[in-house]
Design a protein around this ligand. Structure first.
Ligand code: ATP
Ligand code: MG
Length: 459
């Protein structure tokens, strides 16, 4: 293009040069002597003036206009960094200036747009919900990272395809169709299998309209509601468990009371036997209600520990007499090695509750003639209290569940020990409130160790 323009310029120069030479040839026979020199000088002068004018024209107009048009072409191509550097005054100078201003604005707009685009992409990609955008024909245009987490595969496996070709869930098809058909928001939920687990997903589909209210597509948002469902299930289980646990002693109390009224109270032996059953069942009921209240107090977020400096050795020593008495009833050997005094900041009463629970469990779930040990290990920042026994042990598959409310490994056996199944749930809450942790090592029929780790100065 440039060489074409310069060749035009050369042709103009050649034509003008020829015209001057022609004039020279025409005029030279008409004049003689000195006049000829005057004519030649005039022609040369004219030609020089012409070239000077042409040079000025080139520098002031042609060159800037060329540079401007080159910059314009670059801008069209999307190269917003292009600028014209031909310095000039007058009209052409203004033109160069204007194209530079235009290029700068375009560059700024482009940077701004890119920034907005990347911000939007960051927001979409970091959303906690899956997102899919489809056009009015059903082709997928956009999906985010969470969507890929939920449904697997890669973006290229979805984008550009019809949604029903790449997603097999009927509920998604239905949601899209309803969003298109009724042109309003739709909600549904379904389950998908992710890797090994099943997840509950809620889908919200909303149609998209343009300014003239034509349907342009739909946006689908996928919320993972598995955790919510789990909590809902836990709440339902809890209510069912509480009712069940309360029902057993109440039924028994009522049954024995009725039997007494029906005549059994006349027989002293039966009366004593039934009344003591009623007493023990009502004690069980009382323990259950007490534990439930305790748990609900602990679960309230505003649980306040009454913290003070606690000497763990002293605290555990206080539990020894009653523990030894309980152990000796079952002929269990009880050994405590408590080491030196260890101070930490905590709630004395609550911590006592933790160790009473763990020691009671160790004694309850250890057959006669077994052994229970209580050990304290101290490191720079933590205290480890280990309660171990040679009892019935806990199978590995149940070890993660024993801290759940009402969970008992062997329901019949632990109910015989008078347990409510709330002890370890309470223990875990208290330890967590102290920013500590509890760990369990156990082998079936060999024994269990519960290891409590407490920070020395976390509060
Ligand atoms: N040291 C242990 N050895 C074997 N099993 C244990 C031991 N400690 C706890 N378990 C098992 O874990 C279950 C839950 O214990 P948890 O202390 O929460 O309830 P519980 O002892 O049945 O009742 P309670 O609320 O009266 O303590 C027990 O029922 C028992 O099956
Ligand atoms: Mg217990």
């Amino acid at each position: 293009m440039g060489s074409k323009k310069s060749s035009f310029l050369l042709i103009y120069i050649a034509i003008i040069l020829s015209v001057f030479i022609l004039i020279g040839f025409v005029l030279s026979p008409m004049v003689e002597g000195n006049e000829q020199i005057v004519v030649i000088l005039c022609l040369v002068g004219g030609l020089t003036t012409f070239f000077i004018l042409l040079h000025n024209l080139y520098i002031n107009y042609i060159k800037p206009v060329r540079s401007v048009s080159m910059v314009a072409r670059e801008l069209v191509k999307g190269n917003y960094k292009a600028r014209t550097y031909v310095n000039n005054y007058g009209e052409a100078g203004q033109l160069s200036n204007s194209i530079n201003v235009l290029a700068r604005s375009l560059q700024e707009m482009n940077v701004h747009e890119k920034m907005q685009g990347s911000q939007l992409k960051t927001v979409i990609d970091n959303m906690e919900s899956g997102l899919m955008l489809i056009d009015e024909k059903g082709y997928v245009h956009l999906i985010n990272r969470k969507f890929l987490n939920m449904f697997g595969q890669e973006a290229k496996d979805y984008i550009g395809y019809l949604y029903y070709e790449v997603l097999e869930q009927e509920n998604i098809h239905k949601a899209v169709q309803e969003a298109f058909l009724y042109e309003e928001k739709v909600k549904d939920s379904f389950t998908i299998s992710m890797k090994v687990e099943k997840r509950f997903v809620e889908i919200v589909g909303a149609p998209i309209f343009n300014e003239s209210n034509d349907l342009k597509g739909a946006v689908l948002v996928f919320h993972d509601i598995t955790e919510l469902k789990r909590l809902e299930q836990m709440r339902k289980d809890f209510v069912a468990n509480v009712s069940h646990e309360l029902k057993t002693p109440i039924t028994s109390i009522r049954g024995f009371a009725e039997t007494l009224l029906d005549g059994a109270m006349d027989e002293e032996k039966l009366r004593n036997q039934f009344l003591s059953i009623i007493l023990s069942e009502s004690e069980r009921l009382q323990a259950l209600v007490y534990d439930l209240l305790e748990l609900s107090k602990l679960e309230k977020e505003e649980l306040r520990l009454r913290t003070e400096v606690v000497d763990i050795k002293e605290l555990l020593e206080g539990l020894l007499p009653i523990t030894k008495q309980q152990a000796s009833k079952k002929e269990i050997t009880f050994k405590a090695s408590l080491g030196d005094e260890i101070k930490l900041v905590g709630d004395q009463g609550r911590l006592k509750q933790v160790f009473i629970n763990l020691i009671n469990n160790a004694i309850n779930y250890t057959p006669n003639n077994g052994q229970v040990d209580l050990k304290v290990n101290s490191t720079a920042n933590t205290v480890k209290i280990i309660v171990s026994d040679t009892g019935i042990g806990i199978p590995e598959e149940f070890q993660s569940r024993i801290f759940e409310r009402f969970y008992r490994v062997d329901r019949a056996r632990s109910r015989n020990t008078g347990g409510t199944g709330l002890g370890l749930a309470i223990v875990k809450h208290i330890i967590e409130a102290h920013k500590g942790s509890i760990e369990i090592k156990s082998e079936l029929d060999k024994g269990s160790s519960f290891i409590v780790t407490l920070p020395k100065n976390s509060m």
